[in-house]
Design a protein around this ligand. Structure first.
Ligand SMILES: *[C@@H]1O[C@H](CO)[C@@H](O)[C@H](O)[C@H]1NC(C)=O
Ligand SMILES: *[C@@H]1O[C@H](CO)[C@@H](O)[C@H](O)[C@H]1NC(C)=O
Ligand SMILES: *[C@@H]1O[C@H](CO)[C@@H](O)[C@H](O)[C@H]1NC(C)=O
Ligand SMILES: *[C@@H]1O[C@H](CO)[C@@H](O)[C@H](O)[C@H]1NC(C)=O
Length: 431
């Protein structure tokens, strides 16, 4: 008895003259549900049918399907049985399995088999273009190469360990949707409204695109958005057990004001000879502080379970990347000398130093935020150089953060000294 599970990969590619700039490749065929669970019914869109009998032959059916799939922005489609055309966005899931079977070709149009096709936009030589996973690539010889994952704004081992952690998390979620990248939340851009849940494009919005707002009640559970108390818990619960209020909900207690862009710039300006100061300020004065300004889950050892954890760490990683870009010395300082594997990982820090050459051949780029030109708003008025807007004080580091991140007395003292350097100085105005 043979359970058929056949798939032939990239056997042929036929160009279809009526589909300019598009290449349709036959990926192979597989057995129809319920016999092959690889490509379950959900992935196919059975609502749309093209009646094959109105087309002269198979290549016309393929063309018709490709045209419709393309119009619907799908990159894969499937043809199920003769006479009916079906397409869906997730044909890519099939391409992971490459078991050969003679049946495959015989099976086109057969009772149980479904043929899967991939549509690729032919690329223009030398032109930068995006692939179906949203990576920015270059077209060389008709193929997309040097693809870069773009991470956007939007929302000891500390630095390299978290960079690796972000990569693993991103790789995992890309198995669900290959367009996923970790975003970053630049809390320094408008520190005064960092926790304003109704401000434009707030990451704390209650919409599905937001992370929900502040916590409420005795446990400070988040009550809005997709991670609200009733529907989401920081530990998976057995089916049927409600999250309920309590320590398992996602908690937040917004408090105070994060460091501003000037403080971030001062950290970026640290000389590579003073790497230890750079690392300390980024880790303690910026990173630790913002964890505990969000507070709740983010200021506990469960913080990585909070959805905002990776947005915060994306920004911390971006600050490190911005610093690294200043020179080869900035890029390699300290970490390139460490030969021990980072705790809980199979890698040493040097393998993650270059964001454009991460493990697995992944290239990453943080897209810069388009800053609201608050400085420009002050320029062009009157004579002389543009005046900088006055800085606002930000919240000092608190005991809670020192405790959570296990800082000893010496380090607490150092953190307070650094804070004095970074925070705005009182101004004296000469009249
Ligand atoms: C939050 O943002 C909204 C919209 O920009 C604004 O109207 C409101 O005054 C802000 N609230 C606070 C407390 O700053
Ligand atoms: C390093 O930092 C110290 C203060 O901590 C400062 O005096 C020194 O000038 C800095 N070195 C460089 C090269 O910037
Ligand atoms: C790293 O190694 C280089 C060359 O071996 C050495 O010159 C440098 O001092 C080391 N840096 C640190 C921070 O240990
Ligand atoms: C505090 O921690 C630092 C870094 O871990 C360490 O080098 C230092 O010896 C510690 N100081 C005290 C007083 O424990």
């Amino acid at each position: 008895m043979a359970i058929f599970r056949g798939l032939l990969l990239a056997i042929s590619a036929f160009s279809l003259s009526s589909l300019a700039n598009v290449k349709v490749s036959y990926l192979g065929c597989y057995e129809e549900h319920p016999f092959d669970p690889l490509f379950p019914e959900d992935f196919l869109d059975y609502r749309e049918h093209i009646d094959w009998s109105t087309y002269p032959d198979m290549s016309h059916v393929v063309q018709a399907c490709a045209r419709v799939a393309l119009a619907r922005k799908f990159t894969y489609f499937a043809i199920i049985k003769y006479g009916v055309c079906v397409w869906g966005p997730n044909g890519k899931h099939v391409a992971n399995v490459a078991e050969m079977s003679e049946w495959c070709f015989h099976g086109i149009g057969g009772i149980w088999s479904v043929s899967v096709y991939k549509i690729a936009k032919a690329c223009q030589e030398g032109v930068r273009t995006f692939d179906q996973c949203g990576q920015r690539c270059t077209c060389v010889g008709g193929r997309l190469v040097n693809c870069v994952r773009i991470r956007i704004h939007e929302f000891t081992y500390f630095l390299p360990w978290h960079r690796y952690f972000i990569l693993l998390y991103e790789n995992l979620l890309r198995r669900v949707d290959c367009r996923f990248t970790v975003s970053y939340w630049d809390w320094s851009a408008r520190p005064g409204s960092a926790f304003n849940t109704t401000a434009a494009r707030s990451i704390w919005s209650s919409e599905n695109s937001g992370l929900g707002g502040d916590g409420e009640g005795i446990y400070s559970c988040v009550q809005t958005g997709p991670f609200r108390q009733d529907v989401w818990s920081i530990v998976p619960l057995p089916p049927g057990i409600p999250t309920g209020p309590g320590p398992r909900c996602l908690a937040r207690m917004f408090f105070g004001t994060p460091p501003d862009a000037v403080a971030v710039q001062m950290v970026l300006d640290v000389h590579p000879r003073n790497f230890s100061n750079f690392e300390f300020m980024l880790r303690v004065n910026l990173h630790d502080l913002v964890h505990c300004l969000i507070d709740g889950t983010m200021c506990t050892i469960d913080s990585a379970a909070a959805p905002e954890f990776f947005l915060h760490h994306g920004f911390v990683d971006k600050i490190w990347d911005d610093w690294q870009k200043k020179s080869e010395t900035h890029k390699n300082v300290f970490f390139s000398n460490l030969s021990q594997r980072m705790p809980g990982t199979p890698v040493i820090p040097s393998v993650v130093l270059d964001l454009s050459a991460q493990p697995g051949g992944v290239r990453v780029e943080y897209r810069p935020i388009l800053r609201v030109p608050s400085f420009q708003a002050f320029s062009g008025q009157g004579i002389g150089p543009p005046r900088k807007p006055p800085r606002k004080r930000y919240t000092p580091l608190m005991d809670k953060a020192f405790k959570l991140f296990h800082l000893n007395e010496t380090e607490i003292k150092r953190a307070k000294e650094m804070e004095k350097m970074l925070e705005p100085k009182p101004r004296t105005i000469k009249i």
